[in-house]
Ligand binder design. Sequence first.
Ligand code: ATP
Length: 545
Amino acid sequence: MNQAKDADQSRMQKIVSLCKRRGFLFQSSEIYGGIQGFWDYGPLGVELKKNVKDAWWRDMVSAHNDLDAPAGAPSAYSMVGLDCTILMHPQVWKCSGHYDLFHDYMVDCRESQKRYRHDQVRGRWAECKDQRIFVATNVEPEEEEEDTQRRAMKFFKLRNKDLDRLSWDGGFASLTTVDTFDQVLGPDAKKLGTLTEPREFNLMFKTFVGALSGEEGAAFLRPETAQGIFVNFKNVLDSTRVKLPLGIAQVGKSFRNEITPRNFTFRSREFEQMEIEFFCSPEESHKWYQYWRDRRMNWYQQMGLSSDRLQLREHDADELSHYSTGTADIEYAFPFLDPGDYGELEGIAHRGDFDLRSHMEGKLDPDTNPLELELNEDGKPRWKGSGQNLSYRNPDPPNETYTPHVIEPSAGADRATLAFLCEAYYEDKAPDEKGKMQERVVMRLHPRIAPMKAAVFPLVKKDGMPDIAKQIYLDLKPHFNVFYDEKGAVGRRYRRQDEAGTPYCITVDGQTLEDNTVTIRDRDSLEQIRVKVDECAQVIRERLQ
Ligand code: ATP
């Protein structure tokens, strides 16, 4: 188990360093020491993430055929897109429940003035000199052991040679397993009992619109893209005149003031979501739930995530939200997690009519819904809905009117990108120009999402080879993202492209001058084929498909 954990953690460190070295990801505002929970995508990263979002949009929206039911779907359906604002009317968040219910529990440290997420602080019980304390830590998992040992020794005033006087009672556990905090040594504290009791903390970022800085001008950065879709449901129906079932998709930034952002981009404070709200009749909703759950799982598999690291997990009944009759998570065993643990890539939820009814009425059945009608100081109901009629009248017989049920496949673009990066990382050997086997790192990204599709090299910088190579580059550039490189030994150029995940390298060599052919090298199989210069684009296009 420990060996597997060490291997995964060292793999993750290599991925993180490759991301920085090759320009996939940088810490935001790094020259000022960085800002926690925010990440910038570099030249390769921006192409990769854009390709992930484009593949999703194409597969879910633009390439969707409205006329025929795709395999597994109960009937034909429509898919359209939206692009809504990040700031919305504050009432949106009251009716959606985010204003009052979107929170985490956090604990503050009175000594260090730091704030931690209650369920993410871990620690272990230490015993020494007849005292038993819980040494809490908030560092990355690979540093937990060293951090708790160093701080326990300092607390008990032990020197290295006294290490055997310190003993540990059990392994690492969450702070949530500790009932009272008197004997807890906080993650950045030197004294015991400095952590406060857990308190609720709303995750929405607050800002102020216009010149008003008081509560009247208060607004929130959206914590999910979904609400923009719900509040536009009627606009979309009226403007497109499509019939249900209908899916509305949106890709965009969301913001959550996560208390402990961690694990690279996995838990960030600013991230992008790719969400679909799929509106259908209550009778058919369960079939649609199953359809979207399976379809989304297949999508990740087709994009290259291997089945032993990817899983579909149906929530147990006690995990479901009060309005949901089915929720499943698509999860990936990221290498920064403990062996056997999985992190969520996407949730697919059957949300019933909860969202549309909340925005219509602002208040639902008190027996099934915790959003009770409350009055503001001015006597107006706080949970006042829009009052708009968001129900649907079926134009076909039996012409019934109903509030549509919603299936929500909600994915994170950054988490998907991170999973693709983790899955793609391989170390193996490839021959250099002299045929000697050399270690290489290769990012086996699916060709659809690879930042560059091909690189073009002249073998040497003479005999007119650069001119031919540049012409090939110029011919390919309008079709796909291509890179030109003539610097250094060709073996090194291949390896740089392997690290960037470029599926094909085209090389102009001595034979090109004789018969107008070039080699195309396959990143994964290392196979090299010769093709005519003017067939290059066609051959690569076929292989990319
Ligand atoms: P988690 O339990 O990991 O916080 P969640 O269940 O709150 O996630 P949802 O509200 O269902 O997440 O959001 C849908 C998707 O948005 C998630 O599956 C994930 O891919 C992405 N996402 C959510 N929070 C973050 C975050 N802080 N950083 C990056 N991606 C996120």
